[in-house]
Design a protein around this ligand. Sequence first.
Ligand code: PMP
Length: 400
Amino acid sequence: MTLLAKFAPLAELRAALAGSGRVPSIATPMDAVHSATEATIDGRRVLLAGTNNYLGLTFDADCRAAAIKAVETLGTGTTGSRMASGNYAGHRALEREFADAFGWPACIVFSTGYQANLGAISALAGQGDFLLVDADGHASIHDACRLSAATTIRFRHNDPENLARRLERLGEDAKRTLVVVESLYSVLGDRAPLKEFVEVTERYGAMLIVDEAHSFGMFGPKGLGICAELGLLDRVDFVLGTFSKSLGGVGGFCVSRHADFELLRLASRPYLFTASPPPAVIAATHAALKRLLAGDDLRATLWGHIHRFYDAVNRQGYRVGSKDPGPVTALVFNERDAAIGLWQGLLDAGIYTNLMVPPSTPAGLNIVRISLSAAHTEADISRMIEALGKLAAQLKPVAA
Ligand code: PMP
């Protein structure tokens, strides 16, 4: 048995997925990207309906101009961590802008959203502390727990009762516990019962961090997320977000209503021991955040698309992963071949979505994940609905 032999099952899975001649989603290269919603794949122009480009800001004129100017004036990279030579005025200014948007005293920017979870969670909960984590949390959350010296306990997905029972069992140790949830889950598009999670966390004196990677920008006043939408910002301890979705860049942030959160800069290894984000990324994110906070126009366009699309796929008989409409719509199948058939059919119609199959999906489901963007046009949404309608007829019974 060699080190590489253990990957044989993955090779088999890849071969099975490639049965149709194309390797779906996991490895499809884009030959060219033309806009927030169009690319060339396999020599064909396709409509992108599987990105996290929810507000379409990757091609925003101001964001691009800011990035270009930053490259020209500050260079391509910082070549150092924030603690060494990589701490530019722009990093600090962006942190202030995030903190001010939330009306909170503290914010730390990380080089990716993945590292934001690693950096915040592993430093907040250390030796002798406890992490209570939603079982369906993103890989970055579970990896953060592995990096942390705290004891990790998973609770049942979106189940505040289950969380309460586990906190009860911890007794006095509940007070040194960090509860970790997401607000909007990215695969099925389901929302967390945040009010209940806040109540349970407060009842036991624990702290709560909410990963708003897929909701920041789209929900709540000024797009600040679902915690803000539900009026929970004075009760949640930390909100985490990423630049790589609604903000159209790469990077992550964690804001807190506790000023002492700033001390993590001295203790968080994923913050300390990696290069800081390059100037172009910081400048583009600054422009994107300004755009996102400036008005509700992009959100209004996106929500118009979401309601239209969600109603249509439900009427077409698809089984949808979440009862709450949102930027992510998961079409769910028990059979892998049905999901592959739909994914392939959509690609043949020039529409690129995400195919997700076990073991990387919740509850062993096979999923075609479709995400919408404010940059989609009404005609784009009509095209998606029409293609799904035709395929629903061919794929019966789709709601297996
Ligand atoms: N948290 C969640 C919930 C995510 O879905 C993701 C990425 N898909 C991340 C964190 C990591 O963010 P990034 O890709 O920006 O590193």
